[in-house]
Design a protein around this ligand. Structure first.
Ligand code: AMP
Ligand code: ZN
Ligand code: ZN
Length: 437
């Protein structure tokens, strides 16, 4: 397993190691330093009547599957201009697995999937005896699946209004709170309609209008899957999303709020090419009658129905399969942070980049329309890297950051909004690198 690029160049060692541990929560001297450096102290001063001054509005935009290098590789004039004006990362590292739901939820909670509980797009919960699925309404609306505290809940709890024009986790309540505005996911809604929907929320009178919003685009991911990351169709999808973000900026300008608005634009993961010729069949590795299959694709997960997980792992290893590593959940490489949750399958198979774990069931049919691009491999691989940029009055200008992990974004969002972050796995390094002094 390659170790991931994970450094903030000049800023890594500025605070004591204790502040860089998992579950960082500012305390004592470290808290004062953190708040000072994060620019939070002015926000704690109350206006007469005890009302906190409203922060500048922040819009968190996700372009699903926008690989880090698309920014330079494909024409995206709006994003390129924003990157030049603000902070951009050379790349941002996904959490494992590099899939949509775990990564979107890590971005807004600062937690690894093993801690927020959305361990994949689809997973089995042994306590519930049920399967979570990204397209199941119950999974998206029932709070029992969703741990951690997403940014819109942090905002609502601390008196700000939030709005989600789509984001995994936004359709459920959390400790009785929910975003002031949200939409049930509709993948068919065109990108420009999503922009116009968000702008309509921003047209509400002050006091009702959201101060923190999310916006989500999926056409770059769709093109990447169908045609591959190198295809002209993927290039065209990048251009189309770029134009939609241009529409958003024009809408902000028309409302006189462009200069005050902070934008954080991210992707959940990258995209690597693949195809039906690079496939590992589960049937070649195990007796399918003895396991419950819980995931397929760049990583596979199975739960033994008979025998132990250790016996299954030993028998798979004895076959010396090519292009795949097999692990007990407890043995998954520590840098993947993917052990500490019973929803993680007890036996994990992680394919080499470009390879997929598949079942022969329906294969002759499915192989004909098999994806030309996918994601979910080790986040350290180059192709899994994601976009990150931040622009607006809260952020530094003309800064390029070394690669960092997406669990740090939540603390940056909180700092830009003057919010006290909930306990999380991130630390303050991104805040210190990206926030305007
Ligand atoms: P992935 O297979 O990991 O690439 O997932 C991408 C898909 O997730 C997109 O095609 C979207 O349709 C879907 N998706 C994204 N956000 C949501 C959401 N909030 N609710 C349901 N599905 C979503
Ligand atoms: Zn995605
Ligand atoms: Zn995808």
């Amino acid at each position: 397993m390659k170790s991931g690029p994970n450094h903030f160049s000049t800023i890594v060692h500025l605070l004591p190691a204790a502040t860089r541990r998992r579950g960082y929560r500012p305390r004592g001297l470290a808290a004062a330093l953190f708040l000072l450096l994060a620019g939070l102290l002015p926000a704690t001063a109350l206006e007469p009547g005890g009302i906190k001054p409203a922060p500048n509005p922040l819009i968190l935009i996700s372009i699903d599957g926008f690989r880090w290098d698309y920014l330079a590789r494909y024409a995206a004039p709006v994003l390129q201009q924003l990157a030049g004006q603000g902070v951009r990362a050379e790349r941002m590292n996904s959490v494992f697995p590099a899939k949509t739901f775990p990564n979107h939820y890590s971005l807004v909670t600062g937690l690894y999937p093993e801690h927020h509980g959305i361990v994949s797009n689809w997973f089995f919960d042994p306590a519930f005896g049920e399967t979570f699925g990204m397209s199941k309404p119950e999974s998206n609306t029932n709070p029992r699946w969703w741990g951690g505290e997403p940014i819109w809940i942090t905002a609502e709890k601390q008196g700000l209004r939030s709005a989600c024009f789509f984001w995994p986790g936004s359709e459920t309540t959390h400790q009785g709170f929910r975003p002031s505005f949200f939409k049930p996911f509709n993948g068919k809604l065109p990108s420009n309609d999503r922009v116009d929907g968000l702008l309509a929320w921003l047209d509400l009178p002050a006091g009702q209008r959201p101060q923190v919003s999310t916006l989500y685009f999926d056409i770059v991911d769709h093109a990447g899957h169908t045609f591959g990351p190198d295809a002209p169709e993927t290039q065209a999808a990048v251009a189309a999303v770029d134009a939609s973000i241009g529409r958003l900026l024009a809408g902000l300008t028309a409302r006189g709020i462009r200069e005050h608005t902070n934008l954080v634009i991210v992707a959940d993961h990258g995209m690597a090419d693949c195809g039906p010729d690079k496939v590992i069949f589960l049937e070649d590795l195990m007796d399918m009658n003895t396991v419950q299959v819980e995931s397929l694709g760049p990583n596979g997960g199975v739960r033994p129905k008979t025998g132990t997980a250790a016996e299954l792992v030993a028998s798979i290893r004895a076959k010396k399969p090519a292009h795949v590593q097999v692990y007990l959940r407890e043995e998954v490489p520590a840098n993947l942070h993917y052990r500490d949750n019973p929803r993680i399958p007890p036996v994990m198979l992680i394919a080499d980049e470009h390879w997929n774990i598949e079942s022969r069931v329906g294969w002759s049919f499915r192989s004909r329309t098999y994806s030309r691009g996918s994601h979910g491999w080790d986040p350290a691989t180059s192709d899994m890297g994601a976009l990150f940029l931040a622009q607006g009055p809260a952020f530094r200008q003309g800064v390029i950051l070394k690669a960092f992990d997406n669990i740090h974004v939540y603390n940056l969002l909180c700092a830009a909004l003057g919010l006290q972050p909930a306990p999380n796995d991130g630390d303050d390094r991104l805040v210190r690198a990206a926030l305007a002094k």
